[in-house]
Design a protein around this ligand. Structure first.
Ligand SMILES: *Cc1c(COP(=O)(O)O)cnc(C)c1O
Length: 397
């Protein structure tokens, strides 16, 4: 901008909460986005693992149109058919008892924290403390930020919500040592997504399940990112052969529309009337989409394809990593990360952007891949070609 010809900033009124690039995405289809200038972009972020069926999938369009013509919202204080159907289906699929539908991952987690505290107040002599993990991520409300273990959030928005005790992720002895008379639950992600795709591992999850049972504590799994097929199973906890007491879901559940779920074992569902609610919670429009998405993803052939695509992407990234002297590939299904072993991810993300590839660098030393669960082999190959170029541009290797 120069003084003679001042250009008004068209984005000035959009609250500046992230360093957004000056591109405006106008439409999308499957793994591809198109910006306002007509340029096409290959999207391996998909709204941060949200668009599990890609951009604007026909299933979601059809469901929205049909449901919007019947009923959009009539308050969580009344039943509506999609609300009942989705709550029932999620309880069935998870092996749990009841579901509360909400609008975001943070809201579902906030509900999980409230439910655990309520249960502690009713059945565990007022215990309220929740053991959470270093580097965990549970959302951006005050309580979920306090539950999260992001070091950069220390000291932010003080005073923090009390009642969260942090332990190192994966350390069962540390969890045992942190248990006290006020402890009511242990809360974690089966795979820490935001912090860079780190799996809790089956042994740790099984150990936590046994420990929480033995100690009469609740096990809360935040599957906001890993749930709804992302890891190649409907829920990531299936890999470990365990069932939590409380489960939260969001991102993939709506395939891009805002819906989340708090699912809990029958004996834990102890909210009194008025404890939980929300104007938009359980609205028919979003719940109808949730039903359609869950039916699609729950098909054995769909989940088998996610596992196959995950293996294909892992193998291709391994080959690329060897070529450029990068590190390991980690993760499960279509939630993967490539480690560089050095802080180059920003340069690679920027170089990929210039090549029309949207990719996320959750840490300075690694990339995260969260494509549509419907990503094709050809799209995986195209992503690898662009990433190969980006790694050369960024002089990695
Ligand atoms: C994204 C995410 C959240 C927060 O979900 P929002 O819908 O952004 O509030 C919570 N937990 C995990 C594991 C997530 O990945």
């Amino acid at each position: 901008m120069n003084d003679a010809d001042p250009q008004p900033n068209p984005f000035a009124a959009v609250m500046d909460i992230a360093p957004r690039p000056p591109v405006v995405f106008a439409s999308g289809e499957g793994s591809w986005l198109t910006d306002r200038d007509g340029r096409k972009w290959l999207d391996f972020i998909q709204g941060w693992a949200v668009n599990c069926l890609g951009h604007s999938p026909k299933l979601v369009l059809d469901t929205l149109a049909l449901q919007a013509g019947q009923l959009i919202n009539c308050s969580p204080s009344y039943y509506n058919p999609p609300m009942v159907a989705l709550c029932t289906r999620l309880a069935q699929l998870s092996g749990l008892g009841q579901t509360f539908l909400a609008n975001s991952g943070a809201e579902a987690n906030e509900g999980a924290i409230k439910l655990a505290r309520k249960w502690g107040s009713k059945f565990k002599a007022g215990a309220y403390e929740i053991i959470t993990m270093d580097h965990g991520f549970h959302g951006r409300t005050l309580a979920t930020m306090s539950a999260s273990g992001k070091a950069v959030w220390d000291g932010l928005f003080e005073p923090r919500v009390p009642g969260f005790v942090k332990v190192p992720f994966g350390d069962l002895e540390a969890v045992k040592a942190a248990i006290g008379p006020k402890t009511v639950a242990v809360m974690l992600e089966p795979i820490q997504g935001e912090s860079g795709v780190w799996a809790a591992g089956n042994t740790f999850l099984q150990g936590l399940r046994a420990l929480t049972r033995e100690q009469g504590l609740l096990l809360i799994l935040d599957e906001v990112q890993t749930g709804i097929g992302r890891t190649g199973r409907m829920f990531a906890f299936e890999h470990a052969g365990i069932t939590p007491d409380i489960l939260t879901l969001a991102k993939g559940l709506g395939a891009g529309v805002p819906i989340s779920a708090l699912v809990a074992a029958q004996e834990v569902c102890c909210f009194d009337y008025g404890d939980q609610g929300g104007t938009f919670c359980g609205n028919a429009l979003m719940a109808a989409v949730g039903c359609a998405v869950v039916e699609e993803v729950a098909r054995p052939a769909f989940l088998a394809r996610v596992r196959e695509a995950g293996e294909r992407l892992t193998a291709a990234l391994d080959t690329l990593s060897a070529k450029h002297g990068c590190g390991k590939v980690r993760g499960q299904g279509l939630l993967l990360a490539l480690d560089f072993g050095r802080p180059v991810s920003k340069a690679v993300v920027d170089a990929a952007f210039r090549r029309g590839l949207l990719i996320n660098g959750p840490r300075p030393d690694s990339l995260r891949f969260m494509p549509s669960l419907t990503v094709s082999d050809a799209e995986i190959a195209e992503m690898i070609t662009r990433l190969d170029g980006a790694l050369s541009d960024a002089a990695v290797g």
